[in-house]
Design a protein around this ligand. Sequence first.
Ligand SMILES: NC(=O)c1ccc[n+]([C@@H]2O[C@H](COP(=O)([O-])OP(=O)(O)OC[C@H]3O[C@@H](n4cnc5c(N)ncnc54)[C@H](OP(=O)(O)O)[C@@H]3O)[C@@H](O)[C@H]2O)c1
Length: 321
Amino acid sequence: MKGLIINQFGGEEQLQIKEIAIPLPRSGEILVRIHAAGINPVDYKIRNGSLKFIYRGKFPCILGRDIAGVVEQAGEKSGYRPGDEVFGMLSLNGGGYAEFATVKESHLCRIPEGISMAEAAATPLASLTAFQSLQKGPRINKGDGILINGASGGVGSFAVQIAKAMGANVTGVCSKNNIEFVQSLGADQVIDYNNEDFTRLNQKFHKVFDAVAKSSFSKCRKILKKGGIYISTIPGKGLLFHKTFNFISKKKADFIMVRPSGNDLVLISDFIKKGLVRPRVQRAFPLEEGAQAHKLIETERVRGKLVLSVIRDCNNNSLPE
Ligand SMILES: NC(=O)c1ccc[n+]([C@@H]2O[C@H](COP(=O)([O-])OP(=O)(O)OC[C@H]3O[C@@H](n4cnc5c(N)ncnc54)[C@H](OP(=O)(O)O)[C@@H]3O)[C@@H](O)[C@H]2O)c1
């Protein structure tokens, strides 16, 4: 099969298309023929070696945590049959930037009707991060105030929509360029971070989800209600320190370590089926142009998600440029 591999840590030029063996599914795994693969910041962080202390993959390795495609092979006792359309999140070792991948059955979910393969591939890791983060702390009740920093990115664009689907009143934070986009996701209020410091708002929130980890618990504490929680996507030293005092503190600090979960994807698919959540794909690149896609995601300026189309026409509904 064709795979986009790296042979060592380094720049995006390390990504090369090579012929490699199709992986063999082990017990409890499904072999999926990939139509599209999602791109996440963790992919370039593995590629450039920033995560080498936790990454256990061997070279040559195939990056990519998100896939959408069709079941090629499933065990006799599996709930899936060849031809079923599925999407899911792979482990940290990746394997998604290729024509086939093996995935634990419990990490997969059927693709809900109404979204393309590209949109499905854009969904797992970012939507699971948003969903699992919003479940931290007290349950969200109708009208609860949730602030999402980085509302226009991969994780943030799902967080705005999922928080709205859960009944929250959502404030999104982004740059001026993305105000309309974040409004289109359903945010009730949008703040341009270059124009206003959201940590000085005269308003208190039940949850502050820092999807881009650009703020801190110390700065956000003032805008949290009693019993409120700040959740970040990157666990810095300060955050770990504050988290150890959660048992006595009225305002909590936490971080997310996203887990693959077919069950959570079923709940997210339900929101998609109801029209409450829609994956937003800024652009789909052919697999061969993975290096260009990595260059773009490293800018931290992507609106929504980027994907790689492994099968040429994976019916992408990209956002207007
Ligand atoms: N711990 C975990 O389990 C986990 C899971 C997923 C992701 N992550 C991490 O979470 C971070 C975000 O992931 P992502 O997929 O959402 O990334 P992304 O899609 O690449 O984020 C791009 C977005 O970030 C926004 N942004 C950049 N600087 C900002 C700032 N100073 N304030 C507010 N927004 C800003 C940009 O909007 P503007 O152009 O409008 O600024 C852009 O839309 C990454 O560091 C990723 O590695 C961690």
